[in-house]
Design a protein around this ligand. Structure first.
Ligand code: TYM
Length: 335
């Protein structure tokens, strides 16, 4: 990082299987964004443990997610790819920022409320602290831009608030980051229930298309996707949520805009439309899956990428953290 470009930061949790929602909402943009920004992409394994994980699976998914970043076009010579827990400054800054975050506002976070309702047996402090750790991730690197899906908007707002609070009490210390939300695809919905977000942990696996799904599975899931009454293939999220969701997916995978897609499918039936969307998704996923598998067979290479990423990230993180410690008055031993 030479410092001339603006800084971009994003992360994904290594939980369950990633869906095309994760891909469309954020991952697919990374290849291009890294050309214009100094980018950091993290595997957020510290966030993942806010919901109980199987240790062996968490370990495996961490490496697999790093490989997926690269398979999606992240170039480790251009961007920093690392695992969150490898850079201890995340936990350290999180602790400081905890004293700038209010219990009331954390309790009001939509994701906290949803996850508490889903995991009633384990409403742990980490779950509530999740947005503060996310703020620490972002603020440690003096991030300008955070490309995420719409479900992370609230967390990004909190990160901005925390940065501003700290800056106001001390002096400008953190860059106040902006979110980058796509016009099309910032919220991809469940194929069986388009009123819900497509999720890695959906109860009905037919509603989520996973990045690891094979061609037949992808096409089968699209064929079964819920459409709406009427027969027109038109983008209208409130009246036609199923069709609109499929159009967004189609556009995300083809690079076409909504009106081009509507024109292409005009006069066709829902069956043909759903098949066409399924086929294009399967076609586009195939090379990513091939590269993903190839990378996963090269553990030594991946470890090398992650070690280099850790070192670069830690250097940058230390700079911000030292500044923070100085400003809040943590005693530093001389020499
Ligand atoms: P996570 O792992 O839940 O999701 C990863 C990314 O995918 C986006 N996303 C979606 N986009 C469109 N449609 C959907 N159905 C959909 N589902 C998920 C998410 O918005 C996200 O961009 N808290 C983050 C991880 C994180 C992070 C960070 C992100 C930790 N620290 C710092 C940015 C900056 C999360 O849980 O993402």
């Amino acid at each position: 990082m030479e410092g001339a470009k603006k800084i971009l930061y994003s992360a994904v949790q290594p939980t369950n299987n990633l869906t095309i929602g994760n891909y469309i909402g954020t991952l697919r943009g990374w290849r291009e964004l890294q050309e214009n920004y100094d980018a950091l992409f993290a595997v957020a394994n510290m966030h993942a443990i806010t919901v109980r994980q199987d240790p062996a699976e968490l370990r495996a998914r961490t490496l697999s997610l790093a490989a997926l970043f690269l398979a999606c076009g992240v170039d480790p010579d251009k961007s920093i790819v690392y695992v969150q827990s490898h850079v201890k400054e995340h936990a350290e800054l999180c602790w400081v920022l905890n004293t700038f975050a209010y219990v009331g506002e954390m309790e009001r976070m939509t994701q906290f409320k949803d996850k508490s309702a889903k995991h009633t047996e384990n409403i742990n402090m980490g779950l509530m602290d999740y947005p503060v750790l996310m703020a620490a991730d972002i603020l440690l690197y003096q991030t300008d831009l955070v490309p995420v899906g719409l479900d992370q908007r609230q967390h990004l707002e909190i990160a901005r608030d925390i940065a501003q609070r700290f800056n106001n009490i001390y002096s400008p210390t953190f860059k106040v980051p902006e979110g980058l939300f796509l016009k099309v695809g910032a919220k991809i919905n469940d194929l069986t229930d388009p009123s819900k977000k497509m999720s890695k942990s959906a109860e009905n696996p037919n509603g989520s298309v996973f990045l690891s799904d094979d061609r037949d599975t992808v096409i089968r899931k699209f064929k079964r996707a819920v459409t709406d009454s009427g027969s027109e293939i038109k983008y209208d999220p409130s009246e036609k949520p199923g069709v609109s969701n499929l159009l967004e997916i189609y556009c995300a995978f083809t690079g076409k805009n909504i009106s081009e897609a509507e024109a292409e499918f005009s006069g066709l039936g829902y069956g043909e439309f759903k098949l066409a969307v399924g086929e294009i998704v399967a076609d586009k996923l195939a090379p990513i899956q091939g590269e993903w598998k190839r990378l996963l067979d090269d553990r030594a290479y991946l470890d090398g990428v992650l070690a280099a990423g850790r070192d670069k990230a830690a250097g940058l993180a230390r700079r911000t953290l030292s500044k923070v410690y100085r400003k809040i008055g943590f005693y530093d031993i001389k020499g």
